[in-house]
Design a protein around this ligand. Sequence first.
Ligand code: GTP
Ligand code: MG
Length: 292
Amino acid sequence: MPHKSGFVNILGNPNVGKSTLMNMLIGEKLSVMTPKAQTTRHRIMGILSGEDYQIVYSDTPGILNPKYKLQSAMMSSVESALDDADLILYVTDVIETTDKNGDFLRRILESAVPKIIVINKIDLTNQDDLEVLVEKWKGIAPDSVIIPISATNKFNLQPLMNNILSALPEGEPYFPKDQLTDRYERFFVSEIIRGKILEKYQKEIPYSVEIEIESYHEEDNLVRIAAVIYVARDSQKGIIIGHRGEMLKRVGTSARKEMESFLGKKVFLEMYVKVAKDWRDSQGMLKKFGYI
Ligand SMILES: Nc1nc2c(ncn2[C@@H]2O[C@H](COP(=O)(O)OP(=O)(O)OP(=O)(O)O)[C@@H](O)[C@H]2O)c(=O)[nH]1
Ligand SMILES: [Mg+2]
């Protein structure tokens, strides 16, 4: 069989399960997944290589109307993913309506890139309702393949894989076959901390936080990591730290454990909280954090 290679961009509204799907397809927990919308902030590559194929997935932030500069930067990374692919996976789920963010959907459907419409979370519906939903999508995207799946239950992922492979062009691999992603350890450990903050804090807090890895030193069997948690306002600092530092301690413990299993090494983690006033609207800070 000839070798197949290509770029597959995963797009869709917030919280439909784009990151869960990419992680399940590549079999690694690369991209942060949480029940909160706007979990993913950067475009992240996940590379799946087999004997005769290489699929380069990009997970992207969920589509939204930007209210501050950080969100505009997030949407630029979505824009860039609209046409630099061999295939688009447009992920929707059984919960959202088919017309959510209709303008963006129209642009995706108008793009020349072939598309697969992935209807996720079918574990939350029944056969009859699903059939109605599939018919609706057939009307909206008559030229696209439509595949209902459940990412968390790994249901129908193999047929999806087969469809992806048959849509990809023949070609040599773009990356070494043992390469898993385009990001380094520092990025993943910062994402692990941000993921814990998304899990443990409510309202605006997780959306006002950014993590910077100040230092990352590998020793024989240990990694020493110092991280700064930036918040956007003075009042948020105390909320992050919590009464007698209890909240921050809990974040630290669970982040350290996840880092240890991700890196396969013992981790020594130190964290500090700093205020970077209104960083989400600051050009300079967004540059520093790698958004623009
Ligand atoms: N029931 C069910 N839940 C799912 C499924 N796939 C994902 N989820 C849940 O949906 C939520 C959102 O998943 P994510 O993968 O973070 O969604 P996302 O589309 O990447 O979200 P953003 O990054 O915010 O745009 C999480 O709580 C997942 O566990 C599924 O097949 N069934
Ligand atoms: Mg995501």
